[in-house]
Design a protein around this ligand. Sequence first.
Ligand code: ADP
Length: 542
Amino acid sequence: MLGLMQDWPLLCHRIIEHAAEVHGTQEVITRSVEGPIHRTNYRQIRDRALKVSQRLDRDGIKLGDRVATIAWNTWRHLEAWYGIMGIGAICHTVNPRLFPEQIAWIINHAEDRVVMTDLTFIPILEKIADKLPTVERYIVFTDKAHMPQTTLKNAVAYEDWIAEADGDFKWKTFDENTAAAMCYTSGTTGDPKGVLYSHRSNVLHALMANSGDSLGANAADTMLPVVPLFHANSWGIAFSAPSMGTKLVFPGAKLDGASVYELLDTEKVTHTAGVPTVWLMLLNHMSANSLKLPHLRMVVCGGSAMPRSMIQSFLDLGVAVRHAWGMTEMSPIGTLAALKPPFAELKGEARLDILQTQGYPPFGVQMKITDDAGKDLPWDGKTFGRLKVSGPAVSKAYFRLDADILDEDGYFDTGDVATIDAHGYMRITDRSKDVIKSGGEWISSIDLENLAVGHPAVAEAAVIGVYHPKWDERPLLIIQLKQGQSATREDILKFMDGKIAKWWMPDDVAFVDGIPHTATGKILKTALRDQFKAYSFPNAAA
Ligand code: ADP
């Protein structure tokens, strides 16, 4: 027997429609790319998003066609998201920080028909435009007065383009499983992979993000997403904020500490979200100028592990911290470290211990950890294994890639290695390609690195697995010393001795002048593995 409830497809544009009806005068504020602060509200955003739909429709963009955006967080970009999705076209957010060849590869793979972009990115696009055969026109998020001369095909200023629409247009309706948006993973190994969100997955993900224990904002709050709209579905904020009527503040092109601070302060922002590098810039700016943020209540931080010292710095400023883990394939929220019983009352280091975990999943994300053979491992907070996830906003395949990415129970392997405790708190201990497999047992490279950097002479430490004839792999500790400091192999090993299991101890220590990093500041282990390709352990004959 079926239930007797209405057939109400979960479509993304219903969110902006709701925002316009119920929270119509709630503000959306932007530091515009042209410079001045711009103010609008949800009703105007809905009206102009409808014009985007109407114009795209008139240009012949149809259900399933891809429209790319390469743009900063601004009100126009938000309008474009809803306008594109509102006719069943797919909003393809492209990360402008990628190499131009990668941008071209991604646009060609997606076969984008239209590219919407900011003034900032015109020079990059002009360089690759002749390699983008599917793109029919470029729409620049600006007005006539700021529109530059450009060689981009059929280029038009966004304001001129939507001015040709009267807004007398209705959103289209279609099945809620229709694709709504796509976002390519950055592809540190192999080609980038296209993640394809559906209307249903985005709406359900917004509901997950809306819980007080998720992003933590409500209708009376103000959210500043530093996380870009082009990164991992904007952590769901482009849907979550309008669905609740949360006031939005967009930082545009300026993400430095001083600019972010200024907006947080003048707009009395209560909630903000971004990666650790952004918060480091903000905290440095604040401490150098003895600044405070009396209105800020919550910083959501994810993308890579949040250092303990950063958590403490925000707590010292009277700001709560929510460490989050997720990935593009998960829309992207996986877990968030809200404090629930029995941890809510914890103080001092014990409180930091919980805040530093990656947290527990909201309803809608299921997790498990397994060994290499796929056998479930216990949630004891100690045993670590491959972290796998399932849920209605988790990928089941990549765009135009013929590969089965789920296990037999329908779980997606995140590529992360983690522990989970009895309360569901997850802690990332490694990437699965970095974990050291010694005699069938796993050693966490991150735990060893964290321990080694505690030595006063060590600036940075990286651990890689190196071939060992008896154990398959053993840890090699690679150290960059602080300038003017010295320490020997024995000093370092002695420092670590007794603080970890004996069999976790690195077999050797190598000293280097510099440890290589990725563009996002993660240690580039592929380069280190290459550098130490010919290395063999002194004890390898044993
Ligand atoms: P990219 O496309 O840049 O790889 P993702 O956002 O999809 O972007 O990257 C997801 C990965 O980032 C996760 O699988 C995990 O390894 C890492 N990550 C995300 N959040 C955290 C966190 N809070 N702590 C540690 N690692 C994290």
